[in-house]
Ligand binder design. Structure first.
Ligand code: F6R
Length: 253
């Protein structure tokens, strides 16, 4: 059963999340981390950078795999997830460049790119800890609501609601890519641990649907009900409603 932790605000979501990742790296310095982008993990990455600067954390042996990347954006496009990760984390810590894996949005053969990404994850020994955010439409990675759970890393058409949610990073809706490359549901579920972070009232309905209802590919995040080691860290605005409706979910936290 997932463990739920309520933090006092977005910054504390990041602090607690960073502590969980830090514990993972201390336990296994050559950890394989699955990483996420978006607004939610920014404070978490700030706390990881602080721990690194304080000499508490060493990323020299860490390997990373990012959840997703927009199709059609080059690595140096300011809104690419390559650029996001570089700005918020990688340029500020001592992770080795060759240990960073992010899908290439400009791959000539995207299907082949997805396959070799899966192979790289296997070669690394699988993901020890996967960080996730949650979309307003219940996506994880860019696994959008669908009629079936799509298993492996794949190319996906982004829904209008996701493009609308992400337009804040672009100057117009037209500039938001229509496709992305994303880890699949099986890729995510194969991670040994999952850390899902969220904040704000606009994520409350999504997390409630995820854990109060049956597992449904129209609610991709609901698959996490089947994962044996999930920790959810969110603020009161995001998790308060879930706690009210299902206090037993919070009994162990
Ligand atoms: C990001 C990702 C997405 C986001 C989700 C929430 O790599 O895979 O699933 O985690 O869209 O985004 P924010 O944090 O911006 O609300």
């Amino acid at each position: 059963m997932a463990k739920f932790i309520i933090a006092k605000d977005h910054n504390q979501v990041g602090e607690i999340g960073a502590q969980i990742i830090s514990d993972q790296i201390k336990l296994k310095p050559a950890s394989v981390l699955g990483l996420a982008t978006g607004s939610t993990p920014i404070p978490l990455y700030q706390h990881l950078v602080r721990l690194y600067q304080q000499g508490v954390l060493d990323f020299a042996a860490v390997k990373s795999f990012n959840l997703d990347e927009y199709a059609g954006l080059s690595a140096d496009h300011p809104q690419s997830y390559h650029a996001f990760m570089d700005e918020n984390l990688f340029s500020r810590i001592n992770i080795a460049k060759e240990n960073i894996h992010i899908l290439d949005g400009l791959a000539q053969d995207p299907e082949q790119q997805c396959q070799s990404f899966e192979e790289e994850i296997k070669k690394a020994g699988g993901i020890d800890l996967q960080l996730l955010g949650i979309g307003n439409n219940d996506h994880i990675g860019f696994n959008e609501p669908a009629s079936v759970f799509i298993c492996d890393t794949h190319v996906v058409d982004l829904t209008d609601s996701t493009r609308e949610a992400n337009r804040r990073f672009f100057s117009s809706l037209e500039e938001v890519p229509t496709q992305a490359l994303t880890m699949g549901i099986r890729t995510i579920m194969a991670a040994r641990k999952i850390l899902l972070i969220l904040n704000g009232q606009n994520k409350a309905a999504a997390i409630e649907k995820a854990f109060l209802n049956v597992i449904d590919p129209q609610v991709p995040v609901s698959i996490l009900q089947l994962h044996p080691d999930v920790t959810v860290v969110g603020d009161e605005a995001a998790l308060g409603g879930l706690k009210k409706q299902a206090p037993s979910l919070f009994a162990s936290s």
